[in-house]
Write a protein that binds this ligand. Structure first.
Ligand SMILES: Cc1ncc(COP(=O)(O)O)c(C=O)c1O
Length: 426
């Protein structure tokens, strides 16, 4: 993706916006206000996505059902609550590249990660290791550590961390495959984040899954930063399981419902270990309150409780937007927008910041929309300026900025304005 020196101009940013087929989607979201009352420059979609305007109506609809029907809201009203989570299934399946039977909206992310590991981390004395990234999100680290301890292993021995080579910013894909091969018979599970939350690096899911299976291990992905951001094909890529949250790129609101994927090949296994609850039970007999669990023959069998309807309602409002925009169009705009921001940074602020995230590559997915930057000098003055100017992006101690131009609501003009603020601050 190439830009020319004339693109380093507000008029050019505006022209790129005019050319953008998704430009009008921005109007479907509420932007927080900057100190002077204008819309803020919001680049935090990798942390908490903006509120779809329709989320309020969707939640109010369910409040109305509650006030009108009381308990009968489970069966009555515009969207009965009993099957409410099914309103999300089709959209989730499109977003992660799965069959509808393979996905479910339930719980929250770390909860789902544990539930999946109950089923897919089944260590033996000889095969008990888990391969993760060395800079994975702390909750993922705690989850895998505690799972190995739960099974009686020493996590220092059981957890193997992938590191970038000396002098490299990100992990080489071939090093992941080599590490899997090296761990061989001792490896129980590969559990990677896609994209990595701190570098924005995207791994090649298919080759990781092939290699993991070759050595007899299983393979799961945390798609907290992938769902609604990357083009995913979990079924075809033969991933065993995946989990994701919906409050980042999927704009469902704080603490929004998470997702889980279980590959079809595992759904028919009657002896799969699983923590179970009544919402995973056969829908036709659930209310007969039978003594024995009869699993739904889909990923829904992993559900435990009846889900929070207000959270599902805001998620549904967001899913309507994804259904209309579609992932291929979102990723295509994301690639152009992120490349534009990266190019502007290099043109205007190369002496201030270093981009850690891998470069865009036309024939393979190397990153999504988030750019991770390492500040070369003291980051504090710039971070303070952002606060004063109504710029919302993410600073991680000691020197990392994460900027996410979200294709559904950020514009080329937003990117241009951000760069001017960074330039003017020094
Ligand atoms: C990669 C990753 N894993 C896990 C979590 C924790 O998510 P939750 O609090 O929804 O369990 C986050 C949250 O930002 C995350 O980015």
């Amino acid at each position: 993706m190439t830009f020319k020196s004339s693109d380093n101009h507000l008029d050019s940013a505006k022209a790129l916006d005019q050319d953008d087929a998704l430009n009008s989607f921005r109007n479907k979201f509420n932007f927080p206000k900057a100190p002077e009352g204008a819309d803020s420059l919001y680049f935090c979609g990798h942390s908490l996505g903006l509120m779809p305007k329709d989320a309020r109506t969707a939640i109010n609809t369910e409040l109305d059902s509650w006030s009108t029907y009381g308990v009968e809201g489970h069966f009555d009203g515009p969207y009965p609550w009993l099957p409410y989570h099914e309103n999300i299934t089709k959209s989730f399946a499109h977003i992660v590249g799965a069959k509808e039977t393979e996905v479910v909206a339930m719980n929250t992310l770390t909860v789902n990660l544990h539930l999946m590991m109950v089923s897919f981390y089944r260590p033996t004395k000889a095969r008990y290791k888990i391969l993760i990234e060395n800079n994975t999100f702390p909750s993922d680290q705690y989850a895998v550590d505690s799972q190995t301890r739960f099974h009686g292993f020493d996590y220092e021995d059981a957890i193997v961390e992938l590191k970038p080579r000396e002098g490299r910013k990100t992990v080489d894909q071939e090093d992941i495959l080599d590490q899997i091969a090296e761990l061989g018979d001792s490896l129980a599970l590969v559990m990677l984040g896609n994209c990595n939350y701190l570098s924005g690096q995207c791994f090649d899911i298919s080759s990781v899954a092939i290699k993991a299976h070759e050595v007899g291990a299983l393979c799961g992905f945390n798609l907290a930063h992938g769902a609604g951001n990357l083009l995913l094909n979990l079924h075809e890529d033969n991933v065993d399981f995946a989990v994701w949250c919906s409050y980042k790129y999927l704009n469902s609101g704080p603490g929004g419902l998470a997702g889980a994927f279980v590959h079809e090949k595992h759904l028919a296994q009657s002896d799969i270990p699983r923590f179970e609850g009544w919402w995973g039970n056969n829908k036709t007999t659930r209310f007969e309150m039978r003594r024995r669990f009869d699993p739904i023959p889909t990923a829904e069998a992993w559900q435990l409780s009846n889900p929070p309807i207000f959270q599902l309602a805001s998620l549904k409002a967001s899913m309507n937007i994804f259904d209309e925009a579609t992932m291929p169009r979102i990723r295509a705009k994301g690639d152009k927008l992120t490349s534009y921001l990266e190019w502007l940074l290099k043109e205007n602020c190369a002496d201030l910041l270093d981009v850690t995230t891998p470069k865009y590559c036309p024939d393979k997915q190397t990153r999504g929309s988030m750019l991770c930057l390492k500040m070369k000098g003291d980051p504090k003055p710039l971070v303070e300026t952002f606060g004063k100017k109504g710029v919302l992006l993410d600073f991680r101690e000691p020197d990392i900025l994460r900027i996410c131009p979200a294709p559904l609501y950020n514009s080329f003009e937003d990117c241009f304005k951000l760069i001017q603020i960074i330039k003017d601050s020094v």
